[in-house]
Design a protein around this ligand. Sequence first.
Ligand SMILES: [Zn+2]
Ligand SMILES: [Zn+2]
Length: 366
Amino acid sequence: MRVARGFLPALAFCAVVPSIGAAQPASGPVWLKGSLHTHTDRSDGDTAPEVVVRWYREHGYGFLAITDHDRITEPAPLAEAAGPDLLLVPAEEVTGLALPSDGRKVPVHVNAFVPREVIPPFKGGTPAEALAQNVARARAAGALVLVNHPNFGWALTADDLKAAAPGFRLLEIFSGHPLVHFLGGGGALSAEALWDALLTAGHRVHGAAVDDSHHFAGECTPARACPGRGWVVVRVAERTPAAVLAALERGDFYASNGVALRDVRATEASLELTIEPQKSFRYRTEFVGSGGRVLASIEGESASWRFRGDEGYVRARVTDSMGRRAWTQPVFVPDGGLGAEELRSRLSPHGTGAGLRPVSETDESR
Ligand SMILES: [Zn+2]
Ligand SMILES: [Zn+2]
């Protein structure tokens, strides 16, 4: 193996990492599964908020953001339905619309988490202008911003997203909604490839999997937007909406549509993960770098990538033997010239927490 010069001080830093772990609460951080995109009958969903909340509670979720269109469905009246184990994060789907000169009506939607007030959507202009305006409105309301379904209505290109990227932190890379074309097609990039385009350009954007659920009543057919198809799992030291928001902001979470991870660890030297195996499933982990390039493909229930210094960023995508996935957030890798301080500032504090096993020179599984 090869260690870039810049990582020598970083490796030395590993020696002090256990003290960071010791600073965590005795119980340590916990993983919370959550939904970032859910509708009720307060907008175009088919079911009352109380019933929606109970669905997520009864299916093991730790937090839920109800994202009705252009309104905030207040959590306080739903506290009883949520019970003690489901956190409710106030949110809104800001339902913008681009009106380009060719006469199209192009949906441009962003989810705003914990806005100070209801955000009126911007409608007009090109898709790039509509995205920038709606992101700016959500930011002005103090919200954390998720850009929704970039391929719904084939609305957003990589350039549109890059232009607005300083204002948003999250992008939908998987959705359970049947009409949002997250795999791309006809020359349009997949949502995951759009994410790679943003990361390659240096934008710190995290990938999210969502339900965009509308349909809780009746039969769940593939053509309906049912719950339970895409989610995120955040690592928090305490069960509060603020802690969930902070984990989403700093990228201490993974996205999933079926694969569960036991742990993800980003150290100064490597990105490692272990999978929570289910039944007879088998797993492949791909490490992805700049340009969406697959750096390595590893079979089994654990995988690690030791940084070389030329990857730009590294993220992991786990696929199981039925095609379901988990996606970790990227770690940006300095180009051999940055020291431990720079790299440390880019890593999640919990990523070096309890359970860290410093990677030795001989321990290489890729
Ligand atoms: Zn939408
Ligand atoms: Zn929606």
